[in-house]
Ligand binder design. Structure first.
Ligand code: COA
Length: 158
């Protein structure tokens, strides 16, 4: 069992530095950003989404903790997006530390956000996942997520 707890300022700083690097690496792997500018671009994107850090309205950054022990096992970041005709809950990130994986923690945290979506009047939970992230895609498919947009690419030599 897990519980979600708002990140402390220190947890937020550590998380964001790590996330920027991870996001930059993923874009470099996907071939969408070059290595030299990737970290700066990743940082610019998170700053745009979180201008007031964890206090940014409609943004929620939580530490995932094991309920009985209180031990930190990962992080989950979501937003309530109100741009469309109906609000949706968007999951920007879910991650479980390697040593705690395959124990159902991510699945459980995502189900908690489903309940949160219903409670806040959202009509769906949405997220983005890179095509090569088969572990996450398997998890999302098992939870009932379906592809709504698919970007395809084929490298060609210049
Ligand atoms: C993806 C991730 C969040 C899953 O966390 P988790 O707590 O291990 O996931 P769960 O235990 O809830 O997994 C449930 C199911 O997802 C699938 N799954 C998760 N990890 C898998 C793996 N390494 N290999 C195959 N299937 C996997 C399985 O179907 C699994 O069920 P099973 O263990 O009964 O086979 C975790 O691997 C992670 O943090 N990865 C790095 C960060 C990341 O990629 N986050 C997603 C960004 S979009």
């Amino acid at each position: 069992m897990v519980r979600l707890e708002p990140m402390s300022p220190e947890e937020f700083r550590t998380f964001l530095a790590w996330l920027d690097q991870d996001y930059a690496d993923a874009h470099v792997r996907a071939g969408t950003w070059d290595r030299a500018s990737a970290l700066e671009r990743a940082h610019a994107e998170t700053q745009k989404l979180l201008p007031d850090g964890p206090a940014t309205p409609d943004q929620f950054l939580n530490t995932i903790r094991e309920s009985s022990t209180g031990a930190r096992v990962g992080e989950i970041w979501h937003a309530i997006q109100r741009e469309g005709t109906r609000p949706q809950l968007f999951v920007f990130w879910v991650g479980i530390d390697e040593k705690h994986r395959r124990r159902g923690y991510a699945g459980e945290a995502l189900r908690m956000l489903e309940a949160e979506a219903r409670r806040t009047g959202c009509y769906r939970v949405a997220l983005h996942v890179f095509g090569d992230n088969t572990n996450a895609r398997t998890l999302y498919t098992r939870l009932g997520y379906r592809e709504t947009n698919v970007l395809m690419a084929k490298p060609v030599d210049a």
